[in-house]
Design a protein around this ligand. Structure first.
Ligand code: NAD
Ligand code: RM4
Length: 255
C-alpha cells in the first residue's frame, strides 16, 4: 500500500463549483494535486470561491469554464488545462443534472439535455483527456461519478436521469477496455442519496428523507466526503489493477 499522495498530478474535476465535485477537488488538492476546476458558465462566482479556498490552503487551482456536453467548449477547456499545466493525469467526470420529471411531464428537449450532460459529457471529456494522456506517453486515471440510479429505479421522476446514469455505467466499462493498453484506468463511483443542490427541493420533504433512510441498512443519507474517499482511491496509484469497476457508495441501499 502506497501513501495516497497526488503530489504534482494534474486533476480535472468537472462540475466542481459546488457539491460533490467541489469536495472531490478539495480532497485532491489537499493531497498535492494541481486542480482544474470546471463549471458550465452559470456558476462562475462559486467556482472562483472554490479556487480561492484551495489556493488559500497552499494548493494550486485554476477555473476552466465549459459546458461538458459541448465539443468546442470541452476542446477549449482541455487546451487551457494543457497550456496551464502541460498535461493531465486525472479526469473526474462529476458534472450532472437531474430534473425530477415523470414520464408524462418530461419533454423531449429535457430528455435530450439530461443525456447530453450526464452521458455525452463523460464521453467528450474522457475522449479529450485520454487523447492528451496518450500523446504524453500513456498512463492516467478517469473516474466517473455516476449513480445507483443507473442500477435500479430510485425515483420514477428520474426517468431520463436513471437512463443517463445506466449508460454512464456502461460507458465506464467501454472506456476501461478501450484505454487499458494505454495504461489509463477508468472506473465509476455510484453514490446513493447525498443532500446537495441537485436534490434540495425533493429532500425538503421529511417523509422522502425518512423513506430513503429507512431503506438504507446503514440508516443515514451520505455526505460528499463519502464520495471523495472512493474517488481518491480509484484515482490513486493503489488502484493500478482496478479498471471497469462500478463502486457503489450508498450505505447499503441497493444491497
Ligand atoms: P450539484 O447540483 O450540487 O452539482 C452539480 C455540478 O455539475 C455543479 O457544479 C454544476 O455547475 C455542474 N454542471 C451541471 N451541468 C454542467 C455542464 N453542462 N457542464 C459542466 N458542469 C455542469 O449536485 P451534486 O449532488 O454535487 O452532483 C454531482 C454529481 O453526483 C452528479 O453527476 C450527480 O448526478 C451525482 N450524484 C449525486 C447524488 C446525490 O444524491 N447528490 C447521488 C448520486 C450521484
Ligand atoms: C442520485 C440518487 C439520489 C438523488 C440524486 C439526484 O443518483 O438517485 O436519490 O437525490 O441522484
Amino acid at each position: 500500500m502506497k501513501a495516497m499522495s497526488f503530489q504534482g498530478k494534474v486533476a480535472l474535476v468537472t462540475g466542481s463549483s459546488r457539491g460533490i465535485g467541489r469536495a472531490i477537488a478539495g480532497g485532491l488538492a489537499a493531497r498535492g494535486a494541481r486542480l482544474a476546476l470546471n463549471h458550465p458558465g452559470d456558476d462562475a462566482d462559486r467556482a472562483r470561491v472554490a479556487a480561492d479556498a484551495i489556493r488559500a490552503e497552499g494548493g494550486e487551482a485554476e477555473v476552466f469554464p465549459a459546458d461538458v456536453s459541448h465539443p468546442g467548449e470541452v476542446r477549449r477547456m482541455m487546451e487551457g488545462i494543457l497550456g496551464r499545466y502541460g498535461g493531465i493525469d486525472i479526469a473526474v467526470n462529476n458534472a450532472g443534472i437531474c430534473p425530477f420529471r415523470s414520464l408524462f411531464d418530461i419533454t423531449p428537449e429535457e430528455w435530450d439535455r439530461v443525456l447530453e450532460v450526464n452521458t455525452r459529457g463523460i464521453f467528450l471529456v474522457s475522449q479529450a483527456a485520454a487523447r492528451a494522456m496518450v500523446e504524453r506517453g500513456g498512463g492516467g486515471r478517469i473516474v466517473n461519478v455516476t449513480s445507483i440510479s443507473g442500477l435500479r429505479v430510485t425515483d420514477p421522476r428520474q426517468i431520463a436521469y436513471s437512463t443517463s446514469k445506466a449508460a454512464a455505467n456502461m460507458l465506464t466499462r467501454c472506456l476501461a477496455v478501450a484505454l487499458a493498453s494505454h495504461g489509463i484506468t477508468v472506473n465509476a463511483v455510484l453514490p446513493g442519496t447525498i443532500p446537495t443542490d441537485i436534490n434540495a427541493a425533493v429532500l425538503s420533504d421529511p417523509s422522502v428523507v425518512r423513506a430513503i433512510t429507512d431503506a438504507t441498512p446503514l440508516g443515514s443519507l451520505g455526505s460528499p466526503g463519502d464520495v471523495v474517499s472512493a474517488v481518491l482511491y480509484l484515482a490513486s496509484d493503489d488502484a493500478s489493477w482496478v479498471t471497469g469497476s462500478l463502486l457503489v457508495v450508498d450505505g447499503g441501499y441497493v444491497a
